[in-house]
Ligand binder design. Sequence first.
Ligand SMILES: *[C@@H]1O[C@H](CO)[C@@H](O)[C@H](O)[C@H]1NC(C)=O
Ligand SMILES: *[C@@H]1O[C@H](CO)[C@@H](O)[C@H](O)[C@H]1NC(C)=O
Ligand SMILES: *[C@@H]1O[C@H](CO)[C@@H](O)[C@H](O)[C@H]1NC(C)=O
Ligand SMILES: *[C@@H]1O[C@H](CO)[C@@H](O)[C@H](O)[C@H]1NC(C)=O
Ligand SMILES: *[C@@H]1O[C@H](CO)[C@@H](O)[C@H](O)[C@H]1NC(C)=O
Ligand SMILES: *[C@@H]1O[C@H](CO)[C@@H](O)[C@H](O)[C@H]1NC(C)=O
Ligand SMILES: *[C@@H]1O[C@H](CO)[C@@H](O)[C@H](O)[C@H]1NC(C)=O
Ligand SMILES: [Zn+2]
Length: 910
Amino acid sequence: SCPATNPSMLNVHLVPHTHDDVGWLKTVDQYYYGDRNNIQHAGVQYILDSVIDQLQKDPARRFIYVETAFFYRWWRQQSQSTQRIVAQLVNEGRLEFINGGWCMSDEATTHYSAVIDQMTLGLRFLNDTFGECGRPRVAWHIDPFGHAREHASIFAQMGYDGFFFGRLDYQDKARRMKTKEMEMLWRASESLTPPLADLFTGVLPNGYNPPEGFCWDQSCDDAPIRDDPDLEDYNVDEIVQKFLNAAFYKTNHIIMTMGSDFQYENANLWYKNMDKLIKYVNALQAKGSKVNVLYSTPSCYLQELNLANLTWPLKTDDFFPYADDAHDFWTGYFTSRPALKLYERLSNSRLQTCNQLEVLGGPKSKSGPFGEGDSDTMKRAMGVAQHHDAVSGTEKQHVAYDYARRLATGWAHCEVQKHKLHHSNTLATLGSEAPRVFCENLNISVCPLTESSHKFSMNVYNPLGRTVSWPVRLPVNGSVYSVTDANGRAVDSQVGNVFISLKCTCYIYDMKSSCLLPLLSVSMYQKSESFQKNEVMCVFVLFGNYRYNASAGNNKESRQTSGAYIFRPNSSDPFVINKTAETQIVTVSSTVQEVTQRFSPWVSQVVRLYEGHRELELEWTVGPVPVADGLGKEVITRLDTDIKSSDYFYTDSNGREVLERRKDYRPTWELKQTEPVAGNYYPINSRAYIKDDKHQLTVVTDRSQGASSLYNGSLEIMLHRRLLYDDFRGVGEPLSEPGEFSDGLVARGRLLLTLSPPDTAADVHRPLAQGMVLQPLLSFQDGTPSANTKLEFSGLQTSLPPAVHLLTLSQWDKDTALIRLEHQYQAKESKTHSQPVTVNLQKLFSTLEVLGASEMSLGANQWKEDMNRLQWNTEKTSKPLPLSAKDPSPWEVTLNPMEIRTLLLRVRQL
Ligand SMILES: *[C@@H]1O[C@H](CO)[C@@H](O)[C@H](O)[C@H]1NC(C)=O
Ligand SMILES: *[C@@H]1O[C@H](CO)[C@@H](O)[C@H](O)[C@H]1NC(C)=O
Ligand SMILES: *[C@@H]1O[C@H](CO)[C@@H](O)[C@H](O)[C@H]1NC(C)=O
Ligand SMILES: *[C@@H]1O[C@H](CO)[C@@H](O)[C@H](O)[C@H]1NC(C)=O
Ligand SMILES: *[C@@H]1O[C@H](CO)[C@@H](O)[C@H](O)[C@H]1NC(C)=O
Ligand SMILES: *[C@@H]1O[C@H](CO)[C@@H](O)[C@H](O)[C@H]1NC(C)=O
Ligand SMILES: *[C@@H]1O[C@H](CO)[C@@H](O)[C@H](O)[C@H]1NC(C)=O
Ligand SMILES: [Zn+2]
């Protein structure tokens, strides 16, 4: 259905579009209905009404729609006859879905698990509703503030043919325009065999806005096209010249985004003027003009690029950090709203648990295919939370509260479902009379049940596919407790801090560690198998808390301030918050050693080492950040070691593959560094590390944060920020979260530190990070379980192999479940685990019989065998490319390093 183009002319593809944020200055509901137009004039329901009306007036007109969270709501409110008209427009390619996830996700602060889920949710709605013609071919991230390599890898594996975005570093963009490298092939994985993770990627010429002077929305001031009799007034020749000047693309096609934020509420304005633009510019062809303007879509433009059969430059790193000017680095949002970032991450863990229990509980735990199950509220809340102004922390305060409220409702729905399950016969239950309590404030040591009960039971659901050891700390009131496990065996515990070692096979944590805790510093000693017996490896780790003072806009180089998006310290050296922290050894026992450090009334830290664990836990508490001195503050923790890391450090991409970073350096262009701190910050979603030949220090985080290494041997992580000025990127508020008592938000979190030889480090940090993402679900009941209660249950027959991660297990239809199995190691990362590994689907579950399995694309909206992506030629690479192993039989799935296999299983409850 693509429009005809002219091979001997410059073809200008006009792409009518609207950019509808799933919450930002207004909540997602306010945007949908057009409520609170005093904040921002925007109403998505009217946009869709108006566009559908205008599309019917001329078959040449095109429109693309992106955010399924909005479209889904609108669709459900339409009459059958409107639905029929829309379906026809989709079938004829006049209305095309692009991207198609629930939202346009943020790329810096999202975790791949939640990104895949939100894409799956949107794509499923489109396939269920429109079938094959509703399947988006192009990924479209026109607004996110920097681009992650893992996102590109995910899009490639979802079957997208190409990817377009608007924002990249201004120095990078200038260079690419000069060398005609605005379009390229992105090789987004070092582990997957090309072209599995290759994605054609294009930078749009005007961000996502129309070219200057061509904005014809009701929200714009540009002059309409005045024809007959005043046409002379409007210089069509000048327009033609403007298009010809945009010659920084390789082919004789260019794409023009005709639209912007919440535009097309009165679509007639746009279409009427574009109709004229096309008519008058093309009329000049009779006089020898070589410009051909047409209505088009990103996939039609992409098809022309593909037909051109050129060789495209290859890109292998990512697009972080993003700067739009010399002192304007968008690296603050990596940490903005730390509590929302944690809550979003914990909600992902809850959703995965909820999904798994629905499958294990069988059909009775869920009543319908789409929109009625207990997990669906949480799926949609998480889908909305991935938006690039949600988990990113760049929304207004009232909108941030709305995201949190949606997640809380999701939790409540999942709890209803867990109650149901625990009363069903399928799943083992601990007693059935006493109400089950989920103590959601355990993070601040509050659980009324455990605090008041003399006898209670705790139920632990572990959503990982393998056994873990997980320390538990409960607030209690008594002084003597006896703790037993499911088999009646005593569990090592200690009153004040009850530590219950869950079913544990410590297949990697088999090295003893000990620790000395002098003031402000920790030495970690560990014996490692790969070293000579008794040889002690020692790295000195000094950690301290620092803060940067935020620029207040009075700096002579630029008026840029630190804000929700932008990080701009007013000096490159951070201030030490307190050199002489008050240190208290709280506990030294058989289960844990723990030291509390108070740096100031608003910064403290607990350092813990658990028996049988190799990692050191730092539990930090920051806030309320004082600002009475008139200075905004950005608080970091810095680990200074004698590791000879030089200028190099490593950060993960959306929690998966790791990229090498180098101070004051970009792999693809000659960087002119203008912000020595902010210009070296990168997002981390699950981990960061520094290393030399002998040692690797890895920090695993509990949420997304910003991190950097500014000195040899040093790694810093930004924990919290509180600022006094807006940073002029539209949100219009300073980032100063009020917290519970309006005197500033208190944020608390954990960092896990591990020290290993570099060649075995992944064997430690990979499982550690997965354990941090998928946390056990604890629930409590008063009293003793009755005698006939089954106390232990496992949904899997055996532990998954160490390299395999159970990424998804979710009810799909009545008799089908969606499963994603993932190889969690990169190629060459681990001697032991970076090998192909095979899983037998029929031997997976203990209560489900697998009757059939069909493989799907990563987004689960296409059968694997139907996937047929466009092929692209690229420069030759010198790097050896990984090869992949094949499945030995239809029931056995082989996973190569970093591979995710998505399967629809036909299942029957046993
Ligand atoms: C595309 O170009 C390559 C050379 O780069 C050539 O071998 C191939 O035949 C071309 N394909 C088409 C369909 O023109
Ligand atoms: C503790 O968790 C609850 C949600 O369960 C959250 O609302 C609260 O902000 C958390 N408190 C801290 C200090 O992180
Ligand atoms: C703790 O125990 C004391 C004495 O047994 C009792 O008075 C108090 O109410 C208990 N606290 C809670 C929260 O139950
Ligand atoms: C930077 O912060 C310091 C306070 O730590 C203040 O004295 C100074 O005026 C600030 N400079 C600018 C340019 O804002
Ligand atoms: C630093 O810590 C010491 C010891 O706990 C305390 O006396 C002092 O008040 C702290 N200083 C600041 C600025 O918080
Ligand atoms: C980094 O520090 C180590 C000592 O910890 C030193 O031996 C090495 O030369 C330093 N490297 C650079 C590039 O400064
Ligand atoms: C897409 O939806 C159609 C029904 O519209 C269904 O028959 C087909 O199986 C779906 N495809 C996938 C891959 O789920
Ligand atoms: Zn946006």
